[in-house]
Ligand binder design. Structure first.
Ligand code: FAD
Ligand code: UDP
Length: 370
């Protein structure tokens, strides 16, 4: 019996490896990076001791009981609620847009019902089936709030006019007519006490799993029973039909003493401010104490050949290239394309883990049937 190869030691590769190993199949997990956990990697900043999310802030939230039970098997989660602020036009507001944001922005004392009626009077109710981000925003909150909170930020984040972006990006955010400023609606939310990397290390800690870091798929010569590939879909094919578009992020770090901004995430909605947000990572671990602090300003730009791919852009014009790559991927024998890069989708961690559990059980069922 040959081994199964998992390309990528992020949640996708690690969870599939664990499931297969528990079913008795030997696995090799490789990653070209020097660490496991993929883009969820966390490490302590040596100078301040703060747990840093190296590839940007990651908050775990889910409504999937199976996934919540799964991650809690491998690490302790501390209670954490993501509360995001935004600085716009010289004032600080609460996100997601809620009754406090609306009352502060318009200088009002609306009740929930009054605010709802007011926003409906502002919103472009004539847009019945919003297609673009802009249409969705105009229908959702009307032009004032769109221009203040969404237009500038989105231009910086995506580098594309919101009239050309899909409505689905904004559908991720709630709009509330009460004072709840929890960024997410899910029943489970938390932060791993010892970081995400410790969780992934524990998932990979099984006698039938070998993990090899600093190793590219392209350099492998072992014959495997099957491959689960969580690298970029277009990279598998040598980009021979072109590159699928991604946004990459540059993080500008700064250390200071004490508390830099008083919260974990401060967005900057004004288009003149070149970064999208500042994250102060010690606030992601409020149960820890640190005298020093480290913050990261986040700059978004188009992802070049040597950059780390973060957000799939999924422009309408790219649909053909994507479906051609997908059709070819479906034909590659002995390989399953998984994860956010292998399927070219924005996937939250809980969705990634759920899909990885499904991919492993589908494979085990097929093997049993064969
Ligand atoms: P990755 O984590 O990307 O792992 C893929 C791995 O494969 C990488 O380590 C890479 O080095 C390796 N690899 C690729 N190609 C090769 C190759 N050819 N050879 C060897 N190795 C290779 N989700 C949430 O739930 N909450 C959040 O708050 C959140 N915040 C996010 C913030 C940002 C900025 C981004 C971009 C994403 C965020 N996510 C969040 C999503 C989260 O990052 C993903 O769900 C998760 O990383 C997906 O795991 P994965 O294993 O599929 O991919
Ligand atoms: N967004 C915005 N202003 C904000 C926060 C978000 O315009 O202050 C838009 C932006 O286009 C972003 C999308 O809403 O890409 C989804 O927001 P989310 O916070 O989910 O972004 P992510 O965590 O994926 O960066």
């Amino acid at each position: 019996m040959g081994r199964i190869c998992l390309v990528g030691a992020g949640f996708s590769g690690a969870v599939i490896a664990r499931e297969l190993a528990e079913a008795g199949l030997p696995c090799l997990v490789i990653d070209e990076r020097a660490h496991v956990a993929g883009n969820c990697h966390t490490e302590r900043d040596p100078q301040t001791g703060v747990m840093v999310h190296r590839y940007g802030p990651h908050i775990f939230h889910t409504a999937d009981e199976r996934v919540w039970a799964y991650v809690n098997r491998f690490g302790e989660f501390m209670p954490y609620v993501n509360r995001v602020k935004t600085t716009v036009g010289g004032s600080v507001y609460l996100l997601p847009v809620n009754l406090h944001t609306i009352n502060q922005f318009y200088g009002k004392t609306f009740s929930p019902a009054e605010a709802k009626a007011f926003i409906e009077s502002q919103a472009r109710m004539d847009i019945e089936d919003p297609q673009s981000f802009e249409e969705q925003a105009l229908r959702f909150v009307g032009p004032d709030l769109y221009n203040a909170f969404f237009r500038g930020y989105t231009l910086k984040q995506w580098g594309i006019d919101p009239t050309e972006l899909p409505a689905s990006i904004l559908k991720r955010l709630p709009l509330r007519f009460n004072y709840d400023d929890n960024y997410f609606n899910h029943p489970h939310q938390g932060m791993p006490k010892h970081g995400y990397t410790a969780i992934v290390e524990k998932i990979l800690d099984h006698p039938l799993i070998e993990t090899r870091l600093g190793t590219k798929w392209e350099e492998q010569d072992e014959a495997f029973d099957h491959v689960f590939y969580s690298g970029p879909l277009d990279r598998w094919f040598g980009y021979d039909m072109g590159r699928l578009g991604y946004r990459t992020l540059d993080f500008e770090g700064e250390r200071a003493m004490g508390d830099y901004q008083g919260c974990a995430v401060m967005n900057y909605g004004d288009p003149e401010v070149p970064f999208t947000r500042i994250s102060e990572h010690k606030h992601f671990s409020p149960w820890e104490e640190h005298e020093g602090t480290i913050v990261f300003r986040e700059y978004s730009r188009y992802c070049g050949a040597d950059d780390v791919p973060y957000y799939p852009i999924r422009l309408l014009g790219e649909k053909k290239m994507l479906s051609d790559y997908e059709a070819r991927a479906a034909e590659v024998e002995g390989v399953t394309f998984v994860g956010r890069l292998g399927t070219y989708q924005y996937l939250d961690m809980d969705v990634t883990i759920g899909l990885a559990l499904d991919a492993a059980s589908d494979y085990l069922a097929q093997r049993k049937a064969a």
